[in-house]
Each structure stands twice: as structure tokens, then as C-alpha cells.
Design a protein. Structure first.
Length: 287
């Protein structure tokens, strides 16, 4: 119980919000609040105070933070050691993925060799997946960002050019290729900020001095595809991220366009664990 309460305190202190902490911990807001109050009441200490509607950590809370962080890190390391202990076939591996196109093929090969390893796959944009890895919420993560953090080990999985996705009845669908200037008359559906695809798209349009007719933000690749199917606009994907669909057409751009590169990351201090090492071997494409 103490560790659970300390985890609630630490997460609220780090994120500065009970609401965000509850979402991060997959708990209700009242549960998080109750855990922190129980901790304060049992030890007779004030960990937070409110000033002008803001939640501020107390001096006692500030002093407690590094010790709690160390404790939670030890708990995470123990949990990973247990999952990685014993026979490989009995382990479990958590993967955070941005582009299923790459990671699902690797998982398929991995499971053919280690069918009893439990695998869970979470999804998000590049920034979210790297954050999850650094916070030990996943063991392996894919991202389109090339990270320079010395704690991370990475390999490149592949690269795909940006391409335009339109409904088959869209006027541009009759083309074999499209120019960036064609987007000036389109409603452009875009990923949320933190997505490498969005970042590269905005850079590409800015350099070409092209302004779409209007834009809309939709925070998932699947929802974007459904929006294009419903003829709400057009979107830009990495070419191989678009699943085949009779209502969609993928059009390459004229000339050179940015490529979305996909990287796989793990923490260097876990690089040699059997679960992660065998997964990295599976990343090697068959000859």
C-alpha cells in the first residue's frame, strides 16, 4: 500500500496535476486524491498545497521526491528482472509502437521462434513512445525521431516517403502523381503535434510556400484513414503506413519529398537482457 501511495504522490508531483496523474496511472481522480491524503494523514505531513487554484508541492514533498524516484526505479527493475528470469519462453515483453507496418512483421517473426513469450503492444506518436520507454512503461519502443539520449540504444528499421491519401472519388485520385501546390485547394487532415509525419508535412509545405484550403487535427492514424474514407479531406502518410482499402488511393508526390524513418529503441542498460536481445535479433530482415 505504501508503494502505491508513494507512486500516486510522485506522479502528481511530476505532472503537476491530479487529472493527468490519474490518466497516467489508469486510476480515477478520487482514488489518486485518496491515496495522497492517506499518506499525508498517516505520517502527519503536507505534501501539496493549493495557491490560487494551482497545485504546488511542499518543501517536504520536494525532499521526498528523489528518494521515491529511487524506490520506484528499484520496483521497476525488480519487475523487469522477474519477467526476464527463468526460461525465455515464460517471459513477457511490452512494446510501444508508432508504425505497425514495421513492428508487426518483427513480432510475427519473434513469436514464430518464441511462441510462449507474452507480448503486449501499445500505440502512440513518436514522442509518447519514447517517453513511455524512458519511464519504463514499455521495454521496447519505435519512433520516427532520431534520439540523441546517451541512455538509448537504437537501430533503424526502414524509411518511407510521404504520400498523399485521398478518397477514390476525389478529383486528385485520377492523377498518377500530385504536386504540393495541389494541396492549396484541399482540406488537409493532420496528426497531432508530436507526430513526425506532421512535423515533416509542415516543413515540406512551408518550404514550398503552400497553404491548404483548411486543416483539421485528428489524433490517430486509424481515425485519419476513416476521415478520408468519409471524404472529410485528404491526408499525408508515410507511403507504406496506409492499409489497402477500396475507397482509398495513395498518390506519390512529384519530385523528392521527406522520408519518415522508423527507429527501434531500448534502454542501453537493458540491451543484453534475453527478452530484448532476442527481439533485436528478430529485427534483422530475413535474407
Amino acid at each position: 500500500m505504501l508503494v502505491t501511495q508513494l507512486k500516486a504522490f510522485f506522479t502528481v508531483a511530476r505532472l503537476g496535476s491530479v487529472t493527468l496523474a490519474a490518466k497516467h496511472l489508469s486510476l480515477s481522480q478520487p482514488t489518486v486524491t485518496t491515496q495522497i491524503r492517506a499518506l499525508e494523514e498517516h505520517y502527519g505531513v503536507e505534501l501539496f498545497r493549493r495557491e490560487g487554484g494551482r497545485l504546488l508541492i511542499s518543501d517536504a514533498g520536494v525532499q521526498l521526491m528523489p528518494r521515491v524516484h529511487q524506490l520506484l526505479q528499484q520496483e521497476i527493475d525488480l519487475e523487469f528482472a522477474l519477467r526476464n528470469a527463468g526460461e525465455l519462453q515464460r517471459g513477457s515483453l511490452r512494446i510501444g509502437a508508432t508504425a505497425p507496418y514495421y513492428v508487426l512483421d518483427i513480432v510475427k517473426r519473434y513469436r514464430q521462434q518464441y511462441p510462449q513469450v507474452e507480448i503486449s503492444i501499445g500505440a502512440g506518436n513518436s514522442r509518447q513512445m519514447i517517453d513511455a520507454l524512458q519511464e519504463y512503461r514499455v521495454d521496447i519502443a519505435t519512433s520516427s525521431h532520431l534520439e540523441t539520449d546517451a541512455r538509448l540504444h537504437h537501430i533503424e528499421l526502414g524509411a518511407d516517403p510521404l504520400a498523399l491519401v485521398v478518397h477514390r472519388d476525389h478529383p486528385l485520385a485520377r492523377r498518377k502523381t500530385v504536386a504540393l501546390s495541389d494541396l492549396s485547394g484541399c482540406v488537409l487532415l493532420m496528426r497531432e503535434r508530436g507526430s513526425m509525419t506532421r512535423q515533416l508535412t509542415e516543413q515540406m509545405l512551408a518550404e514550398a510556400q503552400v497553404q491548404p484550403l483548411s486543416s483539421m487535427e485528428i489524433a490517430s492514424r486509424e481515425a485519419l484513414r476513416e476521415a478520408v474514407i468519409r471524404q472529410m479531406g485528404v491526408s499525408i502518410f508515410a507511403a507504406n503506413e496506409v492499409c489497402e482499402h477500396p475507397e482509398l488511393k495513395v498518390l506519390p508526390f512529384d519530385g523528392e519529398v521527406p522520408q519518415v524513418r522508423e527507429y527501434l529503441y531500448c534502454l542501453k542498460d537493458r540491451r543484453d537482457s534475453r527478452l530484448i536481445d532476442t527481439f533485436l535479433v528478430a529485427c534483422q530482415r530475413p535474407a
